[in-house]
Design a protein around this ligand. Structure first.
Ligand SMILES: Cc1cc2nc3c(=O)[nH]c(=O)nc-3n(C[C@H](O)[C@H](O)[C@H](O)COP(=O)(O)OP(=O)(O)OC[C@H]3O[C@@H](n4cnc5c(N)ncnc54)[C@H](O)[C@@H]3O)c2cc1C
Length: 405
């Protein structure tokens, strides 16, 4: 993620007294809140718009935790963003006094010579991420909570952990406001229109003009995006499930790392009992298209319940196999599951930071920084063609590697 010289502007006009600010951030969820925080460090003239309240529970912030991992399979281009995000999570904690990342380590478990472990090791070889390979016996001895299959091994990620989502977003908004950003809560943006003088942002009968705007409205973003990007994106419902342990202390963050277990026939990921009671253990890769992000079905289907219960019964004898809590949230997926991070038009007025395709939270701070720096014209980042919206101008699907949780 190398920095280039300042972005050339098509207009040399400075933020004029005629506008309502330099930058509008539309949507203050996972990534918009971080973009606002970062922008507020660079400019005293940034405004965030949120349809509800920041960190509200029906957005992709919902569900308490998200996995943070530096060990993953797929595009090594994400690794510099992960490294930067990790530093920025620590900065956000230091700036706000909040404990946001529970640093409990992470396990990727699978068959020793199977495709999951092979692809994780291949990506890790390219990124150079710190890791430890645990053979079957070491894994069984260190983490007896996992009922292993005969050929299982694990890759241990010492830098992984569980991000506390609502705390993170609330902290970023507080930090942004402390830096002078304006936050317009309960203000749903209806349209974003470019003119020669700036970007007109409209909500009901009110409108504001900004030099530039970032669209960061998650599962709702395609309502504000051009048609060719509507065709390249889809809002999906992702559900979560939680269980109670027979002995909660065995599943505490001190003893039980975040995990991902992937086989041909079953897959599950999850997090320790950060609340001291409930363990998150959820089927992986079950995103399903949902027509309306405002009415995502929250209940599980009988098939989802059966598969979840069977998988927990096999993987975790220490969990009582009754689902005690479920919920579901929207996220915007792109055709290649890489995000949409970049300018939407040649005029460099409207930027988008969306389409995080079920894997964006871990990098929210890093994505927020890229969006803020680029949208304010401070820096452009190289090596990010795989996230640029321009890859979809002709609706070409580039790479179908799935983004990891
Ligand atoms: C169940 C689930 C589990 C996941 N697990 C992981 C994980 O373990 N690790 C990981 O890294 N990622 C994970 N992800 C993915 C990650 O959470 C998302 O990619 C990320 O949170 C998306 O952030 P966002 O800012 O795009 O959307 P959101 O966080 O949903 O924010 C969008 C915001 O925009 C607001 N908004 C919408 N329309 C408007 C409008 N017109 N005007 C003003 N405001 C508007 C909304 O109210 C909302 O607050 C998971 C996602 C889900 C749903």
């Amino acid at each position: 993620m190398a920095a280039q010289s300042p972005v050339p502007r098509l207009s040399s006009r400075k933020c004029s007294e005629m506008t309502d600010g330099k930058l509008a951030v539309i949507g203050l969820g996972s990534i918009g809140s971080m973009a606002l925080w970062q922008a507020s460090r660079l400019s005293d003239s940034v405004v965030g718009f949120e349809a509800a309240t920041p960190a509200h529970g029906r957005s992709a912030v919902g569900g308490d935790t998200r996995l943070f991992r530096m060990i993953y399979r797929g595009n090594p281009g994400y690794y510099p963003i992960l490294e930067r995000s990790r530093s920025l999570w620590a900065e956000l904690e230091a700036e706000t006094g909040q404990n946001i990342l529970t640093r409990c380590g992470g396990l990727s478990i699978g068959t020793a010579d199977g495709p999951y472990i092979r692809s994780i090791l291949e990506t890790t070889r390219l990124t150079g991420a710190e890791h430890q390979i645990l053979n079957h016996e070491e894994l069984a001895a260190r983490y007896p909570q996992h009922n292993l299959r005969p050929h299982d091994i694990a890759i241990y990620d010492p830098n992984a952990g569980a991000l506390r989502t609502d705390r993170a977003v609330t902290a970023a908004i507080a930090a942004a406001e402390a830096n002078g950003a304006t936050v317009r809560r309960n203000t749903r943006v209806d349209s974003v229109r470019e003119t020669n003088d700036g970007v007109i942002v409209t909500s009901g009968d009110k409108s504001w003009t900004f030099d530039n705007a970032i669209i960061a409205s998650g599962g709702w973003s395609n309502r504000l995006m051009p048609d060719h990007l509507k065709a390249a994106t889809e809002t999906k419902r992702i559900f979560l499930t939680w269980f109670v342990a027979k002995d909660a202390s065995e599943f505490s963050p001190e003893k039980f790392p975040v995990f991902s277990r992937i086989y041909d026939d079953r897959s599950m990921y999850g997090a320790p009992a950060v609340d001291g009671v409930t363990v998150k253990a959820t089927l992986d890769g079950r995103g399903r298209p949902t027509p309306n992000p405002d009415t995502v079905p929250r209940d599980l289907t009988p098939a989802e319940i059966n598969e979840t219960t069977e998988t927990v019964t096999e993987f975790f004898p220490g969990l009582i196999p009754n689902i005690v809590r479920t919920d579901a949230f929207p996220d915007l997926f792109t055709k290649d599951t890489n995000p949409l991070l970049g300018w939407l038009s040649e005029s460099r007025r409207v930027y988008c930071a969306t389409g995080f395709s079920g894997g964006g939270f871990k990098n929210a701070t890093g994505y927020g920084e890229i969006a803020a720096q680029e949208a304010l014209g401070r820096r452009a980042f190289e090596g990010l063609n795989f996230v640029r919206p321009q890859r979809f101008t002709s609706l070409v699907t580039i790479d179908s590697t799935r983004q990891e949780k």
